[in-house]
Write a protein that binds this ligand. Structure first.
Ligand code: ATP
Ligand code: MG
Length: 266
């Protein structure tokens, strides 16, 4: 796949397709932890994200697939057997097209476009140092609007929020809080923002974010991803908890620095 982590598209034994990031990816091993935690937190916030999985590559699989390697400069770096991170494709890639970008006209019609407001609240909380990324595909609507209750099933475009490797500023595990980070490059997705209140219910969900959701996700992380980083990870998560009430002011700072991104916020 495109991107700095050199992720690979792989078919799992369960018949699903996953974009897999490896422990020895060129960005950092900690990227996998960031992805894992973000996925779990976003599911709690009911923002549409891919299912995630811990992907095991067996010794046999690695030995019989010499095509599987990372390119580090002119060097071929083999991928080790063991546990890696998988982000599941929502649809079968041969049957349904998945797009990295949509033209503005279609973007305005994305069924769950309000998720772009929720994910901005999230990205500010976790200090995502990257710009926002999403993929789009056509699906039936009914099962895709958890915060809005039941709606009639209809076919439309949906967005999945992807790539949370640079939450916590990537491998640095710190919060830099540049006001403009985390924004989506097509700012029309923020046209519905009228005030800070437009970021509800996510703002208060994060303010009251349950420690248990963090703990559960933390405990699921494979130890080969953590290695000697256990103490630092614990400190990171403590700091994340402390930041829960700061997100409103982080959003206001984003608006001050990028008024053009929020044309209806007065
Ligand atoms: N769950 C998914 N469903 C569909 N496509 C996906 C999914 N996850 C990743 N992709 C695709 O794989 C590509 C690489 O994934 P991702 O952006 O997470 O990797 P990355 O290497 O961290 O990228 P970057 O260089 O932007 O940091 C994406 O641009 C997207 O096209
Ligand atoms: Mg990316």
């Amino acid at each position: 796949m495109r991107g700095g982590a050199q992720a690979h598209l792989m078919e799992g034994e369960d018949g699903n397709f996953y974009v897999v990031k490896f422990t020895n990816n060129p960005q950092h091993r900690r990227i996998l932890i960031n992805e894992w935690l973000a996925g779990a937190f976003l599911r709690y916030l009911q923002i549409h994200v891919p299912d995630t999985a811990i992907i095991e590559l067996t010794e046999d699989f690695v030995a019989s697939n010499p095509d599987l390697y990372l390119s580090l400069g002119s060097k071929r770096e083999p991928v080790p057997a063991g546990f890696h991170f998988g982000s599941r494709l929502a649809v079968h890639p041969d049957r349904v097209a998945i797009y990295d970008f949509l033209p503005d006209k279609l973007l305005g019609k994305v069924e769950n476009r309000l998720d772009f407001l929720g994910i901005l609240v999230f990205d500010k909380w976790v200090g995502n140092a990257d710009s926002r990324q999403a993929v789009f595909f056509r699906a039936r609507a009914k099962t895709w609007t958890p915060l809005k209750g039941e709606s009639p099933a209809r076919v439309g475009f949906f967005a999945h929020m992807i790539d949370h490797g640079f939450a916590f500023n990537g491998a640095s595990w710190e919060f830099q809080d540049s006001p403009i980070q985390g924004l989506y490059f097509r700012t029309s997705v923020y046209d519905e923002v009228l005030s800070l209140d437009s970021f509800q219910p996510w703002l208060s969900m994060i303010e009251n974010f349950p420690v248990e959701v963090i703990d559960t996700a933390w405990k699921q992380i494979p130890s080969v991803w953590v290695q000697e980083d256990g103490d630092q990870l614990e400190r990171l998560l403590e700091n994340l908890l402390k930041r829960r009430t700061r997100v409103g002011s982080l959003l206001s700072e984003a608006r001050q620095k990028r008024t053009t991104a929020f044309v209806n916020w007065r």
